[in-house]
Ligand binder design. Structure first.
Ligand SMILES: Cc1cc2nc3c(=O)[nH]c(=O)nc-3n(C[C@H](O)[C@H](O)[C@H](O)COP(=O)(O)OP(=O)(O)OC[C@H]3O[C@@H](n4cnc5c(N)ncnc54)[C@H](O)[C@@H]3O)c2cc1C
Length: 333
């Protein structure tokens, strides 16, 4: 049996041409784990983060076969509040050029209906059994995965698209050397979590805009202001769609973060007053930006887990920044 951890974009793309595979199970903690899942908005959905496909991606035509009829090209007016250096310093030394932030600032394609509509349609095409629940442990010696409410699932091959950092905290083995390697890898994997707020507010905008906030006293780093009717035809152009991205330490995450961010939006004149908000959702993207302090150790781990019939796939599974274009090119046959 082939057990896939994570109902990620990667696992869906990998299984697209195998629409029904009785020897495979996909398991995840919950249905909405992928960043592409989006927020429910009436009968539709809206993206949970501003996500753009590089316009020069050579694999765009593959997506047309997956039901995306039309893309909208978004180009931003870029404004910097404070300094660009101040903005970059908020991401604790990660080279932003290798992350999705570079793509975001450059703009790109969004399919009509957002990436969430695409992801949900793709998910609906794949008739592979799903099991949702909290993973208690992955026993790599006996090839067992324990899901909280279920008996253990026994696998022949395990494919993990879950964040590697998270997976490693679940792995158990009697092999002391492998345990040591796993402990070393956990401390070598670095990441920057972000708090992401999505708002729809009264009052339209003429031009899509990115504001990079590098001013002292502001926790917010990025504000993206979009004309929602361009991508989501059911939302009127009398509103704006706003994303606010704020890097945060896990220890700092407190309920007050939302009021702090709203206060900063008002100070930046992005939000007039709270009564103009008609939709607000927020969440914490733990593994928002990822990098490793020790590439060699990571490669060693990938090889070692391979000996246990475990494959690591996708951006989070392999712990290597990968764009939508990279994933489509690699996994969509
Ligand atoms: C905020 C953000 C913005 C992005 N913007 C762009 C962009 O503009 N352009 C672009 O090309 N790419 C962008 N990317 C990258 C792109 O979204 C990914 O390549 C794509 O989501 C697919 O990644 P994936 O298949 O590895 O995982 P996903 O499809 O995201 O699935 C992640 C899996 O990991 C699990 N998971 C997630 N968090 C946790 C956790 N804390 N604990 C346990 N399990 C967890 C989920 O349940 C799910 O199974 C962005 C990524 C992020 C996070």
């Amino acid at each position: 049996m082939r057990l896939i951890l994570g109902e990620s974009l990667t696992s869906l793309l990998m299984n697209y041409s195998r629409s029904s595979a009785t020897d495979t199970i996909i398991t995840d903690i919950w249905e909405g784990g992928s960043v592409l899942y989006g927020w429910d908005l009436s009968k539709y959905c809206i993206d949970r983060a501003p996500i753009f496909l590089n316009p020069s991606c050579p694999h765009i035509n593959k997506l047309r076969g997956l039901g995306i009829e039309r893309f909208e090209l978004i180009k931003f007016n870029i404004n910097v509040v404070g300094t660009e250096e101040g903005f970059r310093s908020k991401f604790r030394g990660i080279d932003l050029g290798h992350t999705w932030i570079q793509q975001l600032v450059s703009g790109g394609y969004i399919p009509i209906g957002g990436w969430c509509s695409f992801y949900r349609r793709l998910r609906g095409c794949i008739a592979i059994r799903r099991v949702y629940g909290y993973i208690k442990f992955v026993d790599i010696d006996r090839k067992l995965v324990k899901i909280s409410w279920l008996e253990c699932l026994k696998y022949d091959e395990l494919v993990s698209t879950l964040p590697l950092h998270y997976l490693l905290t679940k792995v158990t083995t009697g092999n002391e050397e492998v345990s040591k390697l796993i402990r070393g890898c956990i401390s070598a994997l670095s990441y920057v979590p972000t708090y992401i707020m999505t708002l729809i507010v009264k009052g339209g905008v003429d031009q899509d805009e990115v504001i990079m906030v590098g001013k002292k006293g502001f926790q917010t780093a990025l504000i993206v202001r979009l004309r929602p009717d361009v991508v989501y035809p059911r939302i009127s152009g009398k509103y704006s769609l706003i994303y606010v991205i704020t890097p945060i330490d896990i220890e700092e995450l407190r309920p007050e973060i939302s009021s702090r961010v709203l206060g900063e939006l008002r100070r930046l004149n992005v939000l007039e007053d709270l009564s103009s908000i008609v939709f607000l959702r927020d969440y914490f993207e733990k593994y928002s930006l990822i990098s490793t302090k020790n590439e060699e150790l990571l490669n060693n781990l990938i090889g070692t887990l391979g000996n246990y019939d475990i494959k690591l796939e996708g951006r989070l599974g392999r712990w290597c920044e990968a764009s939508l274009c990279d994933l489509i090119g690699t996994y969509l046959k």
